[in-house]
Design a protein around this ligand. Structure first.
Ligand SMILES: [Mg+2]
Length: 424
């Protein structure tokens, strides 16, 4: 477990209940006792519910439901248009309140923050007392109800919130590492962080029904089972699941830096030989895109403009190009940027052998605004990027490489070894 000089840390995951809907309700007192939802494309019934207040949820309405379905379930639903910049402002206000209690606050999403309050106990009291003070302060200043999961590391704090603090009356729950076996292990696998409906189905087929079933499987055995289902690439995934089920997480609460965004984030690569085949070059383009996007995600930026620069052989008379394009929305999502990169590359590549290639994202802005275009598939794409980043940050960037990088053209494994300090 996370220990600091032999002492266990105290980590919170503070989650805002029905965040967007709560902000709207707080500012529209007339709707206090009405079912309220915030939805995109309010004009069209095809819009998606971004947040539903507890009253609306009692009608069976949930996040990512179609607006039409929601109105069928609850015709008197008050539907409001999202005001994203305002939610971002409120979220920053809430972060500032947390920072009164500790300088170690990590923004996990617009409505979830990790707090390391280990060094604050002698100032503000025991963990429950701090959690209650935080709840009162946030509620009185913003009208938002906060739920707090408490444990000794981030993953257990997150689990404490998701499984218990969100469900009980106090909105506070402590999951000590010593109780993992008695409290967490009897829970069904679908309650585990990072396990969706598809993964649940896989676990069912593997005969694993509770989180304890995962935790108690020796890791080498779990890796074997995963390989049989998902192929050779799945070792890391098996390890992440196993560590989560056992509540193991050594990652520190990392406050984000509020620096102004840099002008651009880019990576360039000189190839070990001339690359001629489009698929070879594409492999490199994808690797570079992944590096750039991952850098952006780690730093909390997204870019509106992508540029590709390419130098072709021969050296004596090098040709090449450097071109950029604006994307429909600022992004740091690997696949979205990669599509733009390919478009640019094929438009300007003259088919000469490629020697050096670079990719840059510019016109950077804060990625909290990402939520502006919140749709279910994007949420999933982001979640996948996040998990990939998480694994790479922990195990090194060669830990997960896309299948194409394992070909002879791929440089990702090589690069991670050669320039391991690249990301730091
Ligand atoms: Mg929430």
């Amino acid at each position: 477990m996370s220990k600091d000089g032999g002492r266990e840390k105290v980590i919170f995951l503070a989650d805002c209940q029905s965040f967007y809907a709560s902000v709207e309700k707080a500012e529209h007192p007339g709707y206090e006792n009405k079912p309220v939802a915030v939805a995109g494309s309010v004009e069209r019934r095809s819009g998606i519910i971004l947040a539903a207040c507890p009253i609306a949820k009692s009608f069976g309405i949930g996040t990512a439901d179609r607006l039409g379905e929601a109105l069928n379930k609850c015709p008197e639903l008050v539907v409001m248009r999202p005001r994203m910049q305002h939610y971002i402002d409120v979220s920053l206000m809430i972060t500032k309140i947390y920072e009164e209690f500790t300088d170690l606050v990590e923004v996990f999403s617009i409505d979830e923050q990790f707090l390391d309050v280990s060094a604050s106990l002698h100032l503000f009291g025991d963990p429950i007392t701090i959690a209650k003070q935080i709840q009162q302060k946030v509620l009185s200043q913003t009208g938002v109800r906060v739920r707090v999961g408490i444990s000794s590391n981030k993953i257990l704090a997150k689990i404490a919130t998701d499984i218990w603090a969100k469900k009980n009356k106090e909105g506070i729950f402590t999951l000590p590492p010593t109780e993992v076996e008695t409290l967490l292990w009897p829970q069904p696998v679908n309650k585990m962080f990072g396990v969706g409906s598809r993964m649940t189905a896989h676990f069912t087929l593997l005969g694993m029904h509770t989180i304890g079933d995962i935790a108690r499987t020796p890791l080498p055995r779990l890796k074997e089972k995963f390989r049989a289902r998902f192929g050779k690439q799945s070792d890391i995934q098996a390890e992440v699941m196993w560590r989560t089920a056992n509540g193991i997480d050594d990652s520190p609460v990392t406050p984000r830096t509020f620096d102004t965004p840099p002008k651009s984030v880019g990576h360039m690569m000189t190839l070990p030989r001339d690359y001629i085949e489009p698929w070879e070059v594409e492999t490199i383009l994808l690797e570079l895109t992944e590096e750039v996007c991952r850098d952006c995600r780690r730093k909390g930026y997204m870019g509106a403009v992508v540029s590709v620069s390419c130098m072709c052989s021969p050296y004596e008379a090098p040709t090449g190009f450097s071109r950029q394009m604006k994307m429909p929305d600022p992004t740091n999502h690997t696949n979205t940027v990669f599509e733009a990169v390919k478009t640019l590359f094929y438009k300007f590549w003259n088919r000469l052998p490629v020697r050096r290639i670079g990719i840059t994202l510019s016109q950077l802005k804060d990625d909290q605004e990402y939520q502006l275009t919140l749709f279910e598939d994007q949420v999933k794409a982001r979640a996948l990027d996040k998990v990939t980043d998480h694994i790479k940050n922990r195990y090194g960037s060669a830990a997960i490489v896309r299948a194409s990088s394992l070909t002879t053209a791929g440089q990702a494994g090589e690069r991670a070894l050669k320039i391991g300090g690249h990301y730091k």
